[in-house]
Design a protein around this ligand. Structure first.
Ligand code: PLP
Length: 405
């Protein structure tokens, strides 16, 4: 399919909205993306025509709903090229996926004094679960530093390993700096030291093709809502032999094989990790979202967004006093910035009055804010439906605010 931006924008009804009488310019896509009609329709269609609880029913609707849910698992497997659907766990999102790994992998594989390496640019959801584990088990957290451009220091990374290092966790793409981290190379280093490697794919999965076998990662996490799917559904990919050795994360229905008051045995993968009624409507809608992005082509999406990022960097740098955070060698569709002494909250609020939605604050990455020496930043982030005209509107909006101050 040719990449026709006007046709694509028509797939997203919300983009036609006005905010304070101005056309919406939605540049908060790293927080969440807007939904194409096909995803919203998949949700209403399933509730109107196929709704029934999955896995347990002998009746027609339950089997049909189960088929949709399991077809979605296969859709996700193929999308990230996992070896088996046993490796695809549905969760509520990246945050739950990371908490699952910290709790369950942490339980089975980490003991007092064992080390987990994180990068300085991790989202809080890839920091706090490890700190909770540190409180419970006395693990040690080490941090990979970065240079002033936002590239991780790979020499310092290699020097962090010891015989106690068990796991490395790194964002594939920073939600603030846009840095695309060399996770494949980093995973090789981890494996050479006998450690496992987790990729937080929240900000990469929506933007370019991700292949877990090519990356060689042991875990990968992502959220449905950041890739044009619904909220409340996410994925944890884990290598089967690791998941087999990990204990359940939560107990309840669906995840058991047999229960007595004396003893319970667990279901096979992936169900061992999916206690309770899953979000089977969400999983189906996520599969439809994946169909949608693949119909446009991940390479075409990546090329479009790379061009937007290049253009935005070029245009924004013309603005007097504007400082961009993150000029990494490989950078994705996120630009964090501050303008002179203007508080990012003021900037965001005034841009909002012009219909321009950006995010401001610490972006759930306070350690990174500290590294950059600021309390907060403004952030524009791009998606497959954004246009250069919207970037022009952002630049004009920033100029207008700047002149007010
Ligand atoms: N990791 C990264 C890099 C993110 O950007 C985000 C969300 O912004 C998360 C994790 C958490 O995702 P969620 O809130 O969907 O669980």
């Amino acid at each position: 399919m040719p990449y026709n931006i006007e046709d694509i924008r028509r797939d997203f009804p919300i983009l036609g909205r006005e905010i304070y009488g101005k056309p919406l310019v939605y540049l908060d896509n790293a927080a969440t993306t807007q939904k194409p009609r096909c995803v919203v329709e998949a949700i209403t269609d399933e509730y109107y025509s196929t709704n029934a609880n999955v896995h347990r029913g002998v009746h027609f609707l339950s089997q049909q709903a189960t088929d949709l849910h399991e077809a979605a698992r296969e859709r996700v497997r193929a999308f990230i090229n996992a070896r088996s659907t046993a490796e695809i766990l549905f969760t509520r999102g990246t945050t739950e996926s990371l908490n699952l790994v910290a709790a369950s992998f942490g339980e089975a594989f980490l003991h007092e004094g064992d080390e987990v390496i994180l990068s300085v640019m991790e989202h809080h959801s890839d920091i706090v679960p490890w700190q909770l584990l540190r409180e419970r088990k006395g693990i040690v957290i080490k941090v990979i530093p970065m240079d002033d451009e936002g590239n991780l220091d790979l020499d310092a990374y290699a020097a962090l390993f010891s015989e106690r290092t068990r796991l490395v966790c790194a964002a594939h793409v920073s939600n603030v700096l846009g840095t695309v981290n060399p996770v494949r190379q980093m995973a090789e280093v981890a494996h050479a030291h006998g450690a496992y490697f987790l990729v937080d794919g929240a900000q990469s999965i929506p933007h370019f093709k991700v292949d877990v076998q090519e990356l060689g990662c042991d875990f990968l996490t992502f959220s449905g809502h950041k890739i044009y799917g619904p909220t409340g559904i996410g994925v944890l990919y884990g290598r089967e032999e690791l998941l087999e050795q990990m204990p359940p994360y939560q107990g309840g229905g669906e995840m058991i094989s047999r229960v007595t008051f004396e003893h319970t045995t667990y279901e096979r993968l992936p169900y061992k990790f999916e206690a309770g009624t899953p979000d089977y409507v969400g999983s189906h809608a996520l599969a439809v979202a994946i169909d949608y992005v693949e119909s446009l082509g991940m390479d075409a999406i990546a090329a479009h967004e790379q061009e937007l990022t290049r253009y935005a960097m070029e245009q924004m740098q013309q603005i007097e006093g504007l400082k961009v955070y993150g000029r990494a060698r490989q950078k994705d569709a996120v630009i964090a910035f501050n303008v002179g002494d203007i508080h990012p909250l003021d900037l965001g609020t005034l841009l909002d009055r012009l219909g321009i939605a950006i995010r401001t604050g610490h972006h759930c990455a306070q350690p990174l804010m500290a590294r950059c020496g600021v309390e907060g930043m403004a952030r524009a982030s791009f998606a497959l439906y954004n246009t250069k005209a919207e970037i022009d509107a952002l630049v004009a909006g920033i100029e207008r605010v700047r002149k007010m101050f």
